[in-house]
Design a protein around this ligand. Sequence first.
Ligand code: SAH
Ligand code: F3S
Length: 385
Amino acid sequence: MSQKTYYIHTFGCQSNKSDSERIAGDYEARGYTEAADWRECDELIVNTCAIRQRAEDKAKGFLHNVRVYFNEQGTQRPKIILTGCMTHHGQEKLYEMLPIVDEILPINEVGFNSAAVRKDQKHAWIPISTGCNSFCTYCIVPYSRGREKSRDFDDIMAEVERLVAQGYEEITLLGMNVNSWGLEKLGIGFRKLMMENKEFTREDLPDNQSQYLPPTGTPPFVKLLQEISKYDQIKTIRFMTSNPWDFHDELIAEIGRNKKIDRYVHLPIQSGSDEVLYRMNRGYTTKRYIEVISKLRAADPNIVIGTDIIVGFPGETDAEFEKTVELSKEMNWKIAFVAIYSPRPGTASWRIYPDDIPHAVKKERWEILDTLINKSNLSVRPVVV
Ligand code: SAH
Ligand code: F3S
Protein backbone atom coordinates (compact mmCIF):
# COMPACT_ATOMS: atom_id res chain seq x y z
CA MET A 1 0.00 0.00 0.00
CA SER A 2 1.35 3.40 -0.91
CA GLN A 3 2.04 5.91 1.84
CA LYS A 4 -0.58 8.50 2.63
CA THR A 5 0.28 12.05 1.63
CA TYR A 6 -0.41 15.55 2.95
CA TYR A 7 -0.09 19.02 1.49
CA ILE A 8 -0.18 22.31 3.43
CA HIS A 9 -1.26 25.54 1.75
CA THR A 10 -0.24 28.47 3.96
CA PHE A 11 -1.56 32.03 3.90
CA GLY A 12 -0.44 34.96 6.06
CA CYS A 13 2.36 35.77 8.45
CA GLN A 14 5.51 34.05 9.68
CA SER A 15 3.66 32.62 12.65
CA ASN A 16 1.43 30.73 10.23
CA LYS A 17 4.45 29.56 8.23
CA SER A 18 6.03 28.34 11.43
CA ASP A 19 2.81 26.61 12.53
CA SER A 20 2.71 24.86 9.15
CA GLU A 21 6.21 23.49 9.75
CA ARG A 22 5.00 21.90 12.98
CA ILE A 23 1.78 20.62 11.40
CA ALA A 24 3.99 18.98 8.77
CA GLY A 25 6.03 17.48 11.62
CA ASP A 26 2.89 15.94 13.11
CA TYR A 27 1.89 14.43 9.77
CA GLU A 28 5.35 12.97 9.19
CA ALA A 29 5.39 11.53 12.70
CA ARG A 30 2.21 9.69 11.70
CA GLY A 31 3.90 8.26 8.61
CA TYR A 32 2.54 10.65 5.96
CA THR A 33 4.78 12.08 3.24
CA GLU A 34 4.46 15.47 1.61
CA ALA A 35 2.73 15.58 -1.77
CA ALA A 36 4.26 17.74 -4.49
CA ASP A 37 0.96 19.45 -5.18
CA TRP A 38 -2.48 19.90 -3.57
CA ARG A 39 -4.05 18.13 -6.56
CA GLU A 40 -2.30 14.91 -5.54
CA CYS A 41 -2.59 14.67 -1.78
CA ASP A 42 -4.79 12.60 0.54
CA GLU A 43 -5.12 15.38 3.10
CA LEU A 44 -5.02 19.09 2.31
CA ILE A 45 -4.40 21.46 5.21
CA VAL A 46 -5.32 25.09 4.56
CA ASN A 47 -3.64 27.40 7.06
CA THR A 48 -5.61 30.64 6.86
CA CYS A 49 -5.11 34.33 7.69
CA ALA A 50 -7.88 36.67 8.85
CA ILE A 51 -6.02 39.92 9.46
CA ARG A 52 -7.98 41.68 6.70
CA GLN A 53 -11.03 40.71 4.68
CA ARG A 54 -8.82 40.25 1.62
CA ALA A 55 -6.84 37.58 3.43
CA GLU A 56 -10.02 35.64 4.17
CA ASP A 57 -11.17 36.08 0.57
CA LYS A 58 -7.91 34.53 -0.64
CA ALA A 59 -8.52 31.37 1.37
CA LYS A 60 -12.12 31.24 0.16
CA GLY A 61 -10.91 31.68 -3.44
CA PHE A 62 -8.38 28.90 -3.03
CA LEU A 63 -10.99 26.49 -1.65
CA HIS A 64 -13.29 27.44 -4.52
CA ASN A 65 -10.54 26.49 -6.99
CA VAL A 66 -10.04 23.19 -5.19
CA ARG A 67 -13.75 22.40 -5.45
CA VAL A 68 -13.95 23.34 -9.14
CA TYR A 69 -10.82 21.33 -9.96
CA PHE A 70 -12.04 18.09 -8.41
CA ASN A 71 -15.53 18.54 -9.83
CA GLU A 72 -14.05 18.90 -13.29
CA GLN A 73 -11.70 15.96 -12.83
CA GLY A 74 -14.47 13.83 -11.44
CA THR A 75 -11.93 12.34 -9.04
CA GLN A 76 -12.12 12.06 -5.29
CA ARG A 77 -10.94 15.21 -3.57
CA PRO A 78 -8.59 15.10 -0.57
CA LYS A 79 -9.82 15.46 2.98
CA ILE A 80 -9.75 19.19 3.69
CA ILE A 81 -8.62 20.48 7.07
CA LEU A 82 -8.85 24.18 7.88
CA THR A 83 -6.67 25.87 10.47
CA GLY A 84 -5.19 29.33 11.17
CA CYS A 85 -6.82 32.63 12.07
CA MET A 86 -10.08 32.07 10.17
CA THR A 87 -10.98 29.63 12.94
CA HIS A 88 -12.04 32.75 14.91
CA HIS A 89 -15.42 32.40 13.15
CA GLY A 90 -16.16 29.26 15.18
CA GLN A 91 -16.88 25.78 13.85
CA GLU A 92 -20.54 26.25 13.06
CA LYS A 93 -20.12 29.39 10.95
CA LEU A 94 -17.04 28.01 9.19
CA TYR A 95 -18.75 24.81 8.05
CA GLU A 96 -21.63 26.95 6.82
CA MET A 97 -19.32 29.43 5.03
CA LEU A 98 -17.03 26.77 3.58
CA PRO A 99 -18.96 23.52 3.17
CA ILE A 100 -15.99 21.86 1.47
CA VAL A 101 -14.11 21.82 4.81
CA ASP A 102 -14.12 18.39 6.48
CA GLU A 103 -12.33 19.21 9.69
CA ILE A 104 -11.18 22.22 11.70
CA LEU A 105 -7.87 22.22 13.53
CA PRO A 106 -7.81 24.87 16.31
CA ILE A 107 -4.55 26.86 16.31
CA ASN A 108 -3.71 26.11 19.91
CA GLU A 109 -3.72 22.40 19.10
CA VAL A 110 -0.72 22.99 16.86
CA GLY A 111 1.36 23.64 19.98
CA PHE A 112 4.94 24.79 20.37
CA ASN A 113 6.77 21.56 20.71
CA SER A 114 6.02 19.31 17.76
CA ALA A 115 9.15 18.71 15.70
CA ALA A 116 9.09 21.19 12.83
CA VAL A 117 9.79 20.05 9.27
CA ARG A 118 11.87 22.88 7.83
CA LYS A 119 12.64 23.46 4.16
CA ASP A 120 15.39 25.97 4.83
CA GLN A 121 18.62 24.38 6.07
CA LYS A 122 20.26 27.55 7.35
CA HIS A 123 17.56 29.74 8.83
CA ALA A 124 14.87 28.58 11.28
CA TRP A 125 11.74 30.14 12.77
CA ILE A 126 11.28 29.44 16.48
CA PRO A 127 7.96 30.31 18.12
CA ILE A 128 8.51 31.73 21.61
CA SER A 129 4.99 32.91 22.30
CA THR A 130 1.54 32.77 20.86
CA GLY A 131 -1.64 34.79 21.17
CA CYS A 132 -1.98 38.40 22.21
CA ASN A 133 -3.47 40.31 25.15
CA SER A 134 -3.08 43.77 23.71
CA PHE A 135 -6.48 44.09 22.03
CA CYS A 136 -5.62 46.85 19.60
CA THR A 137 -9.18 47.77 18.65
CA TYR A 138 -8.83 46.79 14.97
CA CYS A 139 -7.11 43.44 15.44
CA ILE A 140 -8.51 39.93 15.17
CA VAL A 141 -5.43 38.18 16.59
CA PRO A 142 -6.49 38.21 20.28
CA TYR A 143 -9.67 36.42 19.15
CA SER A 144 -8.15 34.04 16.64
CA ARG A 145 -4.99 33.09 18.55
CA GLY A 146 -6.32 33.64 22.04
CA ARG A 147 -4.43 34.76 25.12
CA GLU A 148 -0.73 35.46 25.05
CA LYS A 149 1.28 32.49 26.23
CA SER A 150 5.03 32.30 26.58
CA ARG A 151 6.77 29.07 25.64
CA ASP A 152 8.95 27.56 28.36
CA PHE A 153 12.57 28.65 28.36
CA ASP A 154 13.83 25.04 28.50
CA ASP A 155 11.73 24.04 25.48
CA ILE A 156 13.01 26.99 23.46
CA MET A 157 16.63 26.21 24.36
CA ALA A 158 16.17 22.52 23.59
CA GLU A 159 14.99 23.49 20.11
CA VAL A 160 17.91 25.89 19.67
CA GLU A 161 20.28 23.10 20.66
CA ARG A 162 18.73 20.70 18.14
CA LEU A 163 18.99 23.36 15.43
CA VAL A 164 22.64 23.98 16.24
CA ALA A 165 23.30 20.23 15.99
CA GLN A 166 21.61 20.27 12.58
CA GLY A 167 23.85 23.09 11.37
CA TYR A 168 21.50 26.10 11.54
CA GLU A 169 23.12 29.53 11.78
CA GLU A 170 20.23 31.98 11.71
CA ILE A 171 17.11 32.02 13.79
CA THR A 172 14.04 34.22 14.03
CA LEU A 173 12.12 34.26 17.31
CA LEU A 174 8.40 34.56 16.64
CA GLY A 175 5.49 35.91 18.62
CA MET A 176 2.90 38.66 18.42
CA ASN A 177 4.74 40.60 21.16
CA VAL A 178 8.15 38.97 21.50
CA ASN A 179 9.51 41.60 23.84
CA SER A 180 6.98 40.70 26.54
CA TRP A 181 8.10 37.07 26.52
CA GLY A 182 8.25 35.63 30.05
CA LEU A 183 6.98 38.73 31.85
CA GLU A 184 4.56 38.44 34.72
CA LYS A 185 1.01 39.34 33.80
CA LEU A 186 -0.92 42.24 35.25
CA GLY A 187 -4.20 41.01 33.89
CA ILE A 188 -6.93 43.16 32.38
CA GLY A 189 -10.68 43.10 32.24
CA PHE A 190 -10.94 43.78 28.52
CA ARG A 191 -11.84 40.27 27.47
CA LYS A 192 -14.54 40.13 30.10
CA LEU A 193 -15.96 43.41 28.83
CA MET A 194 -16.10 42.09 25.28
CA MET A 195 -17.48 38.71 26.31
CA GLU A 196 -20.28 40.24 28.33
CA ASN A 197 -21.34 41.82 25.09
CA LYS A 198 -22.29 45.06 26.77
CA GLU A 199 -22.41 48.42 25.10
CA PHE A 200 -19.18 50.34 25.56
CA THR A 201 -17.27 53.33 24.29
CA ARG A 202 -13.57 53.96 23.84
CA GLU A 203 -13.43 55.50 27.32
CA ASP A 204 -14.38 52.14 28.84
CA LEU A 205 -11.41 50.38 27.28
CA PRO A 206 -8.21 50.06 29.26
CA ASP A 207 -5.01 51.56 27.86
CA ASN A 208 -2.73 48.76 26.89
CA GLN A 209 0.59 50.43 27.54
CA SER A 210 1.70 47.13 29.00
CA GLN A 211 -0.14 44.05 30.15
CA TYR A 212 2.76 43.16 32.40
CA LEU A 213 4.47 44.11 35.61
CA PRO A 214 7.74 45.97 35.05
CA PRO A 215 10.54 43.38 35.19
CA THR A 216 12.86 43.43 38.16
CA GLY A 217 16.36 43.15 36.75
CA THR A 218 17.11 42.00 33.23
CA PRO A 219 13.89 41.44 31.23
CA PRO A 220 13.33 37.74 30.36
CA PHE A 221 13.44 38.42 26.60
CA VAL A 222 16.89 39.98 26.94
CA LYS A 223 18.10 36.94 28.91
CA LEU A 224 16.75 34.70 26.17
CA LEU A 225 18.65 36.64 23.50
CA GLN A 226 21.82 36.38 25.60
CA GLU A 227 21.47 32.63 26.09
CA ILE A 228 20.87 31.94 22.40
CA SER A 229 23.82 34.15 21.46
CA LYS A 230 26.17 31.91 23.45
CA TYR A 231 26.14 29.35 20.65
CA ASP A 232 29.13 30.17 18.42
CA GLN A 233 27.40 28.66 15.44
CA ILE A 234 24.41 31.02 15.68
CA LYS A 235 25.42 34.03 13.63
CA THR A 236 22.15 35.97 13.30
CA ILE A 237 19.15 36.34 15.57
CA ARG A 238 16.01 38.13 14.46
CA PHE A 239 12.71 38.59 16.25
CA MET A 240 9.24 39.70 15.35
CA THR A 241 7.08 41.39 16.24
CA SER A 242 8.09 43.66 19.04
CA ASN A 243 6.02 46.61 20.19
CA PRO A 244 6.80 50.05 21.60
CA TRP A 245 5.46 48.98 24.99
CA ASP A 246 7.70 46.51 26.87
CA PHE A 247 10.62 47.71 24.71
CA HIS A 248 12.82 48.11 27.75
CA ASP A 249 16.06 50.09 27.83
CA GLU A 250 17.92 46.85 28.60
CA LEU A 251 16.65 45.43 25.31
CA ILE A 252 17.89 48.50 23.45
CA ALA A 253 21.29 48.19 25.16
CA GLU A 254 21.46 44.47 24.27
CA ILE A 255 20.67 45.18 20.61
CA GLY A 256 23.33 47.89 20.65
CA ARG A 257 26.10 45.65 21.94
CA ASN A 258 25.13 42.19 20.69
CA LYS A 259 25.92 42.20 16.99
CA LYS A 260 24.43 38.75 16.47
CA ILE A 261 21.09 40.49 16.70
CA ASP A 262 20.13 41.61 13.22
CA ARG A 263 20.51 45.33 12.59
CA TYR A 264 16.99 45.40 11.13
CA VAL A 265 14.36 46.02 13.80
CA HIS A 266 10.66 45.93 12.96
CA LEU A 267 8.59 48.21 15.16
CA PRO A 268 4.99 48.91 14.12
CA ILE A 269 3.71 52.47 14.60
CA GLN A 270 0.24 52.06 12.95
CA SER A 271 -0.37 55.82 12.87
CA GLY A 272 1.50 59.08 13.35
CA SER A 273 -1.49 60.67 15.08
CA ASP A 274 -1.87 60.32 18.83
CA GLU A 275 -5.65 60.61 18.48
CA VAL A 276 -5.76 57.69 16.05
CA LEU A 277 -3.39 55.69 18.27
CA TYR A 278 -5.78 56.29 21.14
CA ARG A 279 -8.75 55.06 19.09
CA MET A 280 -6.65 52.04 18.13
CA ASN A 281 -5.90 51.36 21.81
CA ARG A 282 -2.21 51.17 21.01
CA GLY A 283 -1.33 52.50 24.44
CA TYR A 284 1.62 54.68 23.40
CA THR A 285 2.05 58.10 21.88
CA THR A 286 4.24 59.07 18.95
CA LYS A 287 6.54 60.69 21.51
CA ARG A 288 7.19 57.29 23.13
CA TYR A 289 7.72 55.66 19.73
CA ILE A 290 10.22 58.34 18.70
CA GLU A 291 12.00 57.89 22.04
CA VAL A 292 12.46 54.14 21.44
CA ILE A 293 13.75 54.70 17.90
CA SER A 294 16.08 57.49 18.98
CA LYS A 295 17.55 55.31 21.71
CA LEU A 296 17.97 52.41 19.28
CA ARG A 297 19.78 54.63 16.78
CA ALA A 298 21.93 56.07 19.56
CA ALA A 299 22.83 52.52 20.64
CA ASP A 300 23.98 51.75 17.08
CA PRO A 301 23.62 54.20 14.18
CA ASN A 302 23.59 51.26 11.74
CA ILE A 303 20.25 50.02 13.02
CA VAL A 304 17.59 50.03 10.31
CA ILE A 305 13.93 50.31 11.27
CA GLY A 306 10.81 49.04 9.53
CA THR A 307 7.19 49.51 10.51
CA ASP A 308 3.51 48.71 9.96
CA ILE A 309 0.95 51.42 9.25
CA ILE A 310 -2.82 51.29 8.87
CA VAL A 311 -4.47 53.94 6.69
CA GLY A 312 -8.15 54.81 6.74
CA PHE A 313 -8.81 53.86 10.35
CA PRO A 314 -12.31 55.05 11.34
CA GLY A 315 -12.52 58.81 11.64
CA GLU A 316 -8.99 59.40 10.26
CA THR A 317 -9.09 63.03 9.16
CA ASP A 318 -6.79 64.58 6.54
CA ALA A 319 -4.94 66.30 9.37
CA GLU A 320 -4.49 63.00 11.26
CA PHE A 321 -3.22 61.29 8.13
CA GLU A 322 -0.86 64.19 7.51
CA LYS A 323 0.69 63.46 10.92
CA THR A 324 1.61 59.98 9.65
CA VAL A 325 3.13 61.50 6.51
CA GLU A 326 5.17 63.92 8.63
CA LEU A 327 6.34 61.18 10.96
CA SER A 328 7.36 59.04 7.98
CA LYS A 329 9.65 61.80 6.79
CA GLU A 330 11.12 62.15 10.25
CA MET A 331 11.55 58.43 10.98
CA ASN A 332 13.26 57.40 7.76
CA TRP A 333 11.80 53.88 7.93
CA LYS A 334 13.51 51.49 5.56
CA ILE A 335 10.27 49.71 4.82
CA ALA A 336 6.62 50.00 5.84
CA PHE A 337 3.87 47.43 5.50
CA VAL A 338 1.07 49.83 4.77
CA ALA A 339 -2.39 48.31 5.17
CA ILE A 340 -5.82 49.61 4.33
CA TYR A 341 -8.11 49.38 7.37
CA SER A 342 -10.42 46.41 7.18
CA PRO A 343 -13.12 46.11 9.86
CA ARG A 344 -12.90 42.70 11.51
CA PRO A 345 -16.20 41.42 12.89
CA GLY A 346 -16.13 41.03 16.66
CA THR A 347 -13.30 43.49 17.28
CA ALA A 348 -13.78 46.66 19.32
CA SER A 349 -13.29 49.09 16.42
CA TRP A 350 -15.87 47.18 14.38
CA ARG A 351 -18.27 47.56 17.27
CA ILE A 352 -17.74 51.18 18.22
CA TYR A 353 -16.54 53.02 15.08
CA PRO A 354 -18.23 53.12 11.68
CA ASP A 355 -15.88 52.27 8.80
CA ASP A 356 -16.39 55.78 7.45
CA ILE A 357 -13.38 56.49 5.24
CA PRO A 358 -14.29 55.95 1.57
CA HIS A 359 -12.23 53.29 -0.16
CA ALA A 360 -10.89 55.81 -2.70
CA VAL A 361 -9.50 57.94 0.13
CA LYS A 362 -7.96 54.90 1.84
CA LYS A 363 -6.35 53.91 -1.46
CA GLU A 364 -5.00 57.40 -2.03
CA ARG A 365 -3.49 57.48 1.47
CA TRP A 366 -1.99 54.04 0.93
CA GLU A 367 -0.37 55.24 -2.32
CA ILE A 368 1.08 58.33 -0.66
CA LEU A 369 2.77 56.39 2.15
CA ASP A 370 3.87 53.48 0.00
CA THR A 371 5.52 55.87 -2.45
CA LEU A 372 7.06 57.99 0.27
CA ILE A 373 8.51 55.13 2.31
CA ASN A 374 8.89 52.15 0.01
CA LYS A 375 9.43 53.61 -3.43
CA SER A 376 11.34 56.79 -2.86
CA ASN A 377 15.10 56.99 -2.94
CA LEU A 378 15.01 60.41 -1.41
CA SER A 379 17.38 60.48 1.45
CA VAL A 380 15.25 61.89 4.22
CA ARG A 381 16.55 63.36 7.39
CA PRO A 382 17.30 60.66 9.97
CA VAL A 383 16.21 61.19 13.54
CA VAL A 384 18.66 63.36 15.38
CA VAL A 385 19.17 62.14 18.92
N1 SAH B 1 1.65 41.59 16.63
C1 SAH B 1 2.02 42.44 15.58
C2 SAH B 1 1.33 42.13 14.28
C3 SAH B 1 -0.12 42.19 14.21
S1 SAH B 1 -0.90 41.91 12.66
C4 SAH B 1 1.85 43.90 16.06
O1 SAH B 1 1.62 44.13 17.18
O2 SAH B 1 2.00 44.82 15.30
C5 SAH B 1 0.14 42.63 11.46
C6 SAH B 1 -0.27 43.96 10.95
O3 SAH B 1 -1.50 43.90 10.25
C7 SAH B 1 -0.50 44.99 12.03
O4 SAH B 1 0.68 45.55 12.48
C8 SAH B 1 -1.39 45.99 11.33
O5 SAH B 1 -0.66 47.00 10.69
C9 SAH B 1 -2.13 45.15 10.30
N2 SAH B 1 -3.54 44.96 10.67
C10 SAH B 1 -4.03 44.28 11.72
N3 SAH B 1 -5.38 44.33 11.75
C11 SAH B 1 -5.76 45.07 10.69
C12 SAH B 1 -7.02 45.50 10.18
N4 SAH B 1 -8.16 45.18 10.78
N5 SAH B 1 -7.03 46.25 9.04
C13 SAH B 1 -5.88 46.59 8.44
N6 SAH B 1 -4.67 46.21 8.87
C14 SAH B 1 -4.59 45.47 9.98
FE1 F3S C 1 -2.89 42.65 17.04
FE2 F3S C 1 -2.17 44.63 18.58
FE3 F3S C 1 -1.77 42.14 19.36
S1 F3S C 1 -1.91 44.53 16.37
S2 F3S C 1 -1.47 41.01 17.48
S3 F3S C 1 -3.74 43.12 19.07
S4 F3S C 1 -0.40 43.89 19.64
